[in-house]
Design a protein around this ligand. Structure first.
Ligand code: UDX
Length: 439
């Protein structure tokens, strides 16, 4: 099939390479000339495991192309996938300006009939709104059908999540169009669900909000575990064994971040408010997350009394491992709190440093290795559970620190290795602290 994709962010690119890999001819369109020039040479604008390999492979076999021209890109497309961003506006609502621009570009340049597949996360009713604009504006020869096809891929495992999705949601009004989109996905051989367009739009927000709520819930249970002397590791494991609860997304930490959860929970709350539905649970999910992002700083304040002049090493900056994405990363709030309290912050991240610098500037120092970051530090904050951080050389780390104190925001250090240290104060989340050799 001939597929055109508008937007070359995580969703657009991952979808593009995967559709190309299963045999479709894919043209990706983006207005950013520099980005398109790089993509033509097989250079990905984002760090995403496996993406660049598939990109290069499919460009070489001639199944993937890139262009800044909508006229060229849309020529002959049977399916047009819209995967542009829908960031958050100040009032929590989704900003649809990129989407409106994409729809305008399609209406100006599309000459044939096609199916428009909307992957961007959009409030309920948006697909219908877009269909009405396209019906009004497109030339008489071009009949447009619209499919709501929300995306559930996670950064860091975007290719895997696309190739082996738990489900594909097809929200449709026209069954023939739905069948055609199903045919496009058929080689992936993954389960699918046909729904109304409005249900499909809702599934995306409800899924992300549910997962975010699950995280806020387990973070609150972790806080309670600390207060009553229980261990969240055991508690989460015990809860997760119940199939109705499930083991996933029960990892406590320093709160959720990223480009989806924070904005999608707020957008769903905004929709509920607009419709007079009192969805106060979502307000709590957000409030708990905001507080949870401060937990390591609170723990350090309790330990030191005052953080003025203390050197704190942040290990990890990205909102999660295997990505350079800093959007809504807890490290931003943590860095700002620490510097406001007069602490000196030195940070290390294997790939997110450049993006972090764009947000935090020179308010913190960036190191090129774990050992450089921890040198003469008073405490380490583990922010992102990158493999190299999880398996860091404990003896070397502790030797270089001024005080052997670790606040593990991800509970990612192995307990046995922690206990094997000669002197260490180890403060995990929702678990008893391990104090070795402390007078
Ligand atoms: C998420 C959704 O999972 C995906 O389906 C979607 O549509 C886009 O948003 P992503 O933001 O890439 O994906 O990352 P995810 O792995 O879901 O993690 C989100 C945040 O939650 C991260 O900050 C992560 O550290 C945190 N998290 C996740 C926890 O704190 N605990 C958990 O148990 C799981």
């Amino acid at each position: 099939m001939n597929v055109a994709i508008l937007g070359t962010g995580y969703v657009g690119l991952s979808t593009g390479v995967c559709l190309s890999e299963i045999g479709h001819r894919v043209v990706c369109i983006d207005l950013d000339e520099q980005k398109i020039n790089n993509l033509i040479q097989g250079i990905s604008p984002i760090y995403e495991p496996g993406l660049e390999n598939l990109l290069i492979k499919n460009i070489e076999v001639g199944r993937m192309e890139f262009t800044t021209s909508h006229r060229d890109g849309l020529k002959g497309a049977e399916i047009i996938i819209i995967a542009v961003g829908t960031p958050q506006k100040n009032d929590g609502a989704a900003d649809l300006s990129y989407l409106e621009q994409a729809v305008k570009d399609i209406s100006i340049h599309l000459e044939q009939s096609a199916i428009v597949v909307l992957k961007s996360t959009v409030p309920v009713g948006t697909n219908e709104y877009i269909k009405s604009i396209l019906d009004d504006r497109c030339s008489k020869q071009a009949a447009i059908e619209i499919i709501s096809n929300p995306e559930f891929l996670r950064q860091g495992s975007a290719i895997m999540d696309t190739m082996k999705a738990d489900r594909i949601i097809i929200g449709y009004a026209n069954r023939e169009a739905a069948n055609k989109v199903l045919e496009m996905y058929r080689p992936l051989n993954v389960p699918f669900l046909l729904t109304s367009i409005r249900s499909a739009e809702m599934i995306k927000y409800a899924s992300n909000s549910f997962l975010a709520t699950k995280i806020s819930f387990i973070n609150e249970v972790a806080n309670l575990c600390e207060a009553v002397g229980a261990d969240i590791k055991e508690v989460a494991e015990g809860m997760g064994k119940d199939k109705r609860i499930g083991e996933a997304f029960l990892r406590p930490g320093i709160g959720y971040g990223g480009s989806c959860f924070p904005k999608d929970v707020k957008a769903l709350l905004h929709t509920a408010d607009l419709h007079g539905v009192h969805f106060s649970l979502l307000k709590e999910t957000i409030a708990i997350n905001d507080l949870q992002q401060e937990t390591l700083v609170r723990k350090a304040m309790n330990r030191f009394g005052d953080l003025k002049g203390k050197k704190i090493a942040l290990l990890g900056l990205a909102f999660k491992p295997e990505t350079d994405d800093m959007r809504e990363a807890p490290s931003i709030k943590i860095s700002r709190l620490l510097t406001n309290l007069g602490a000196e912050v030195v940070a290390y991240d294997p790939v997110a440093k450049d993006n972090a610098r764009k947000i935090l500037g020179d308010t913190i120092t960036y190191s090129s290795s774990i050992n450089e970051a921890v040198l003469n530090s008073d405490a380490v904050f583990i922010i992102t559970e990158w493999k190299e951080i999880k398996y860091l050389d404990m003896a070397k780390l502790l030797k270089n620190m001024r005080h052997p104190i670790i606040f593990d925001g991800r509970n990612c250090l192995d307990e046995e290795r922690v206990r094997a240290c000669e002197a260490l104060e180890y403060y995990p989340i929702g678990r008893p602290a391990i104090l070795i050799g402390k007078k």
